[in-house]
Design a protein around this ligand. Structure first.
Ligand code: PMV
Length: 321
């Protein structure tokens, strides 16, 4: 049978992407640089079945909500186009973490779907073509194809490059969950709003290559303060774009700011961590492995923080027949 399974870890951007050069083609307007995580993953099995009337998507043992099924189905259309297959597919996907919690499930989800669907369809795409296909599902998803520290470079299409493997540097991301439930405004809508209305958007685009350079250099030199400062600068520039959009977008909750203040206070006292925040309320803290437990304990005591997790750099996508 035309079936295959893939497991992809999620990734968190240290230099963010925000804004699309082409909305229909889902092409990011800027590059990005992320760390693939070891413990937050999606496993997806795809089977092309002649008897199916439409693509079916099961997510964590439930039929997926219709918008998610349609989004996966549009992505499968691209795989059918490239492979010449015509059958509909059954997709069974499981996350190791709550799907709608704003923990970058679209990155691991679309990475696993792209890898499993192409293998099931019988096409063995060269790495650059697989990266470019994966980005059609989600702009952050191609970064999960590779392990460790990964840069995404948009051009005509999208390429991903491993800046350093998972075992290169013993860093951790401590994740503080600062709210329950899904985010209010999705990243695609938020990015478009910023592109159309933020007075700072052009400056963001102009400065972005320098932000990437700074992070790349910090990784090459294993300089945590330099990487951390680059990550914080990129994160708050992205959120400044969101906040300066019309109407404004604020992804933070009170617990988000409380956690950020705590991390900065601890840093001044010598427990060193640097924050990053995506299009949601959770705070992710980059730190040395040796400091992760202490930071996690501190964050667990912040008012409004629901749960804390420690993540190490993880591997790239794994595919099985
Ligand atoms: O992959 P998308 O289109 O959901 O966008 C992700 C956007 C951010 O997480 C905010 C930044 C990033 O580069 O991952």
């Amino acid at each position: 049978m035309a079936t295959a399974q893939a497991t992809a870890r999620t990734n968190i951007a240290l230099v963010k992407y925000w804004g699309k050069a082409d909305l229909d083609a889902n092409l990011p307007a800027v590059g990005s640089l992320s760390m693939t995580l070891d413990g937050l993953w999606t496993t997806t099995r795809v089977s092309f079945e002649p008897d199916l009337a439409r693509d079916e998507l099961q997510l964590d043992d439930q039929p997926a909500p219709e918008p998610a099924r349609q989004r996966a189905s549009r992505f499968l259309d691209l795989v059918r186009q490239q492979s010449g297959r015509t059958e509909r597919a059954r997709v069974v996907s499981t996350n190791s973490f709550p799907t709608a919690a704003g923990l970058a499930s679209s990155a691991s989800g679309f990475c696993a779907l792209a890898a499993a669907a192409t293998r099931a369809a019988g096409i063995d795409l060269p790495a650059p073509d697989l990266a470019d296909l994966t980005r059609r599902g989600s702009g952050s998803a191609p970064r999960s194809l590779l392990g460790g520290f990964v840069e995404l470079r948009p051009g005509d299409g999208c390429q991903v490059v491993q800046v350093a493997p998972a075992d290169y540097w013993d860093l951790r991301l401590v994740i503080a969950l600062c709210a329950d439930g899904p985010k209010a405004v999705g990243s695609t809508e938020g990015m478009e709003r910023s592109r159309r209305t933020s007075p700072y958007y052009d400056r963001w685009i102009d400065d972005h290559p320098a932000d990437l350079d700074r992070a790349r250099r910090a990784i090459a030199e294993r300089e945590l303060p330099a990487l951390g400062r680059a990550a914080e600068a990129s994160c708050f520039k992205m959120h400044a774009l969101a906040m300066s959009s019309d109407p404004p977008l604020i992804y933070f909750q009170p617990a988000t700011l409380a956690a950020v203040q705590r991390v900065w206070h601890l840093r001044a006292e010598g427990l060193v961590g640097y924050v990053t925040i995506d299009a949601g309320p959770h705070v992710k803290v980059l730190c040395a492995a040796a400091d992760a437990e202490a930071l996690a304990a501190e964050l667990g005591r912040v008012d409004g923080v629901r749960r804390v997790m420690i993540q190490a750099p993880g591997p790239g996508v794994e595919v099985a027949a």
